[in-house]
Design a protein around this ligand. Structure first.
Ligand code: PLP
Length: 428
């Protein structure tokens, strides 16, 4: 029953494009009515029709401690009572920067912003400003927010220039963004060779969570590090999704490769609009006011958001990551038993508390591979799970997330529900 959500969607569509404030929320790829959410706690979402869902979307990653974590709520309320925004520096910002720097390898300085988009566009500006070069390389299928220079599609042929991927992005902007397939170091080397001394940065999600869940190949990150060092290119890890989620120090810690710059968001904001970029001090100190590269923000370092982020990080000791890994393993094992027993053409990919169930019998290594998935079957599975009270990300191209509020009992319940849903999808 989604009657109230259906009515709300009708009202919303008159006033808000597609009825939503971010496109994927509209369920365009899976079809149907998106539940309008009324409240959430722990591992659960409740919608406007009083349906309850076990949530594997977790606000697209931030809710790593589960929704409405009591200590996060309490500290945020206390901070709010002291004033919601000052536009002047606070001790809290220093504490958050200290906490981040203590966790992340090679993170020497940080600047707080309000969204992952802002973090990524600012990191590219720093790389360009510091190197005096215009071009950068991104990977097909990696998402870095909606700034113009990231909304670029691959042209035909590996060495052609990027093309605008959205009306409103100029060809002039697109020509400075070069694209390579994820996990393809030869393509990267070819782009670097063809653009000598013109490439400011290589930016990537070290674990690609915006085409499902794709881990980097054995030496991919290390090889990128080597190329960047050799050619004076700034290596940027976009850890907006992976930062403080896959390990205490994020993907850089996990894979033991240190970039020059990072971007963060999602978990670091504890469910509030807060993001950050940072890295080598010699690069970050070129940002205004200590240097000439301009970047600013009225609500940057907002005390309520910073408090929520700081409280979230302080509730994520190593033991929390061990717990998340065990939860992820339990889910993976449970589903794999069902897949193997029934010989379903499905492939699971997981790193810690990020996972994807691909409707493909083959390993998925890049964006092109994801396009081979059986999307209609994924969509059917998604809806059977939603009907059974399990909220998965509404697209085969999105990762699922776990929180510390997802207990073993919840995981076992989900495996049972997935077993039934898959029987319906494959008509066994
Ligand atoms: C979500 C995301 C962004 C964009 O962050 P917003 O806060 O939505 O602007 C950038 N990069 C990655 C890897 C993301 O997952």
């Amino acid at each position: 029953m989604l009657n109230n959500s259906r009515d709300l969607l009708k009202r919303a569509e008159k006033l808000i494009p597609g009825g939503v404030n971010s496109p994927v929320r509209a369920f365009k790829s899976v079809g149907g009515t998106p539940p309008f959410i009324a409240r959430a706690e722990g591992a659960y979402l409740h919608d406007a029709d009083n349906n309850r869902y076990i949530d594997f979307m977790l606000s697209w990653g931030p809710a790593i401690l589960g929704h409405a974590h009591p200590e996060v709520i309490k500290r945020a309320q206390e901070a709010l009572a002291r004033g919601s925004s000052f536009g002047a520096p606070t001790e809290l910002e220093v504490e958050l920067a200290e906490e981040m720097v203590a966790r992340v390898p090679g993170l020497e300085m940080v600047r707080l912003v309000c969204s992952g988009t802002e973090a990524c566009m600012s990191a590219i500006r720093v790389a360009r400003g510091a190197t005096g070069r215009d071009k950068f390389i991104k990977f097909d299928g990696c998402y870095h927010g909606h700034a113009d220079s990231f909304l670029i599609a691959a042209g035909s042929g590996a060495l052609t220039l990027g093309l605008p991927n959205s009306p409103g992005v100029t060809k002039g902007c697109a020509k400075d963004t070069l694209l390579a397939p994820f996990n393809d170091i030869k393509a990267v080397q070819a782009l670097v060779d063809a653009n000598t001394d013109q490439i400011a940065a290589i930016i990537l999600e070290p674990i690609c969570g915006n085409t499902g869940l794709i881990a980097p190949g054995d030496t991919f990150l290390q090889d990128l590090r080597t190329i960047c060092t050799r050619h004076g290119i700034v290596l940027i890890f976009d850890e907006v999704m992976t930062g403080f989620r896959v390990a205490r120090g994020g993907a850089a810690e996990l894979y033991k490769v240190t970039p020059d710059l990072y971007t963060f968001g999602k978990v670091v904001g504890g469910g509030f609009p807060l993001a950050a970029y940072g890295g080598r001090a010699d690069l970050m100190s070129q940002i205004a006011p200590s240097g000439p590269i301009y970047q600013a923000g009225t609500l940057s370092g907002n005390p309520v958001a910073v408090t929520a982020g700081l409280t979230t990080l302080r509730n994520l000791p190593q033991a929390a990551y061990d717990q998340l890994e065990a939860t992820g393993q339990r889910l993976e094992d449970g589903l794999q038993n069902v897949i193997d027993y029934n010989a379903y053409p499905l492939t699971q990919q997981r790193v810690g508390s990020m996972f994807c169930l691909y409707f493909s019998p083959e390993e998925i290594r890049n964006h092109t591979d994801v396009k081979t998935c059986d999307i209609p079957k994924f969509n059917a599975f998604f809806h059977h799970m939603l009907d059974a009270g399990v909220y998965l990300a509404p697209s085969q191209y999105e990762a699922g997330f776990l929180s510390t509020a997802h207990t073993d009992d919840i995981i076992d319940e989900v495996v049972d529900k997935a077993t039934e849903a898959l029987e319906k999808v494959f008509q066994r």
